[in-house]
Design a protein around this ligand. Structure first.
Ligand code: ACM
Ligand code: ZN
Length: 494
């Protein structure tokens, strides 16, 4: 227990292990012995859930050397990660015995590649960081109105017409009237991932026991798709296509033909069981008057355009399920009806997570209040422009994903999201992630009753130095304001 450990010494590692004791002295011997498992470890691991067993390990460091016990290669990998962090953060290996396993099975980070395209090198660097923090899910937001980032052979205009734009900076692009550019055109900014690059990312992540979940947004946040293929747009009764619309047309069969073809390509690249279909913030504006939407509503007996969102989500969910995968979507998809197999990602606070878990859906918790690391991490006057409220390190650390009114067994885990409207460069993205991702990692792995902020803060400072030495750009904890340090969420009202 950490309580026991506090009486002796704390291990300098994030996430804090479940159970450990620290002995006297350090280990000079670097030799690592890996055992399938000893009987004491086997007995302790038998009590765990299957997903925990897979990652569980026992690490014994004493004067004679280092011993790892685990049931799987993944368990050995987690133990080696602990060793790597101990050595990097402490400069030596303290004699100790650690028994460790994760609290949650889904420990994620989402990167928004549409608003700012950051490239393979950046993604792999963040995968390295995730592995060091024992995170295991990388969610890639691969398309949005600001640009399509994944090669499609079936629909080549998606990248050909929208992967580049005039304005690297999202708001410069917005101010300039949302103008896309042709590849190679003067001033064109952006890019996309080829299938080969994405397969390489998937393999790189898999070697580190990280699953990559791709997201293809629908039906909102999809202006770029309509720009490349206007057949997916709503049609006014006067015959004019709604150019520039934010939403895809759920009345048009062309929408489903495109989405299904693209999803087949996506599932070919990504072996992930979960395929993210977005589903958030559809405006539904053009659906009210579109001739195809109105026809669909009549055929289905709908009385409200909102039901069209449910139609699209259910049809796509059935398609994805027919391919042996499971849909995951933002919490809006719960409102218009979706089968239980769909996983709900709660982002508009925690109410989506409560309702979804009670209704029998599996849930990933990423409420914007605590898990949106594109929000400010300190005072507006000292930080680069960001959005939302204050999510300081302490506030982020205080997040508890499971509340009394949730069906706890349905909560798969937690995820940090990094939306990139305000984050134009890779180094800015790292600045927003570190150290807040350390907090998320500890929430995701360490039992709630073992978490303690001030000990964590000390370890975070130490790990932040390691990150800097490895070339990550980070927030400077030494400059944190009193407000951020206090762990309050709200900026003072003016
Ligand atoms: C979201 O932040 N719109 C999921
Ligand atoms: Zn329509």
């Amino acid at each position: 227990m950490i309580f026991t450990a506090l009486l002796s010494a704390m291990l300098n590692i994030i996430p804090a292990p479940v159970d450990y004791t620290v002995g006297q002295g350090v280990c000079a011997e670097e030799k690592v012995t890996v055992q399938n498992y000893g009987s004491a470890f086997k007995r302790a691991a038998a009590k765990l859930e299957d997903f925990q067993k897979k990652e569980a390990y026992r690490l014994t460091i004493d004067g004679r050397g280092i011993k790892i016990e685990a049931l799987t290669k993944e368990g050995v990998f987690r133990a080696r990660t602990t060793l790597e962090q101990l050595k990097a953060c402490s400069g030596e290996l303290p004699c100790c015995v650690i028994f460790d396993y994760p609290r949650f099975r889904h420990r994620g980070l989402m990167l928004d590649e549409s608003r700012s395209f950051k490239g393979v090198e950046f993604i792999k660097k963040q995968i390295d960081a995730m592995a060091l923090l024992k995170l295991n899910v990388l969610h890639l937001h691969l398309d949005d109105s600001a640009g399509w980032r994944i090669e499609s052979e079936a629909y080549p205009n998606l990248t050909g017409m929208t992967a580049w734009r005039h304005g690297w900076d999202y708001f410069a692009w917005e101010r300039g009237g949302y103008k896309f550019a042709a590849p190679g055109e003067p001033g064109a900014a952006g890019g996309f991932y080829s299938k080969a690059e994405l397969k390489d990312i998937v393999a790189y992540a898999s070697e580190r026991y990280i699953t990559v979940i791709p997201e293809i947004e629908m039906p909102g946040h999809s202006m770029e798709v309509g720009y490349a293929y206007p057949g997916v747009l709503c049609v006014h009764p006067n015959g004019k296509v709604h150019r520039g619309a934010w939403d895809l047309c759920p009345g048009s069969e062309a929408t489903f033909t495109l989405l299904e073809a693209v999803l087949d390509e996506v599932m070919d690249i990504f072996p992930s069981k979960f395929i993210h279909i977005g589903g958030d913030e559809a405006t539904m504006k053009t659906w009210r008057e579109c001739i195809n939407c109105q026809k669909r509503m009549e055929q289905e007996g709908y009385t409200d355009v909102k039901q069209l969102q449910g139609y699209l989500v259910r049809r796509i969910e059935a398609f994805v399920r027919s391919r042996g995968r499971r849909v995951i979507g933002w919490d809006e998809i719960l409102e218009t009806g979706v089968p239980k197999d769909a996983v709900i990602q709660s982002w508009r606070g925690i109410s989506g997570g409560i309702k979804a878990s009670q209704a029998g859906h599996d849930v990933v918790m990423s409420p914007s209040t605590h898990c949106y690391f594109n929000y400010y991490q300190d005072l507006i006057r000292k930080e680069p422009a960001a959005c939302g409220e204050l999510v300081s390190l302490r506030f982020a650390y205080g997040y508890e994903p499971v509340t009394d009114d949730m069906a706890a067994g349905r909560i798969l885990g937690v995820q940090a999201n990094l939306w990139c409207e305000y984050i134009p460069t890779p180094s800015h993205a790292e600045y927003m992630l570190y150290p807040r991702l350390f907090a998320l990692a500890e929430t995701a792995w360490t039992p709630a009753e073992e978490k303690e902020y001030f000990g964590f803060r000390k370890r975070a400072r130490s790990l932040l130095d390691v990150f800097r030495s490895r070339g990550y750009n980070t927030f400077d904890m030494d400059t944190e304001s009193d407000l951020a340090r206090s762990g309050k969420q709200r900026f003072p009202s003016k």
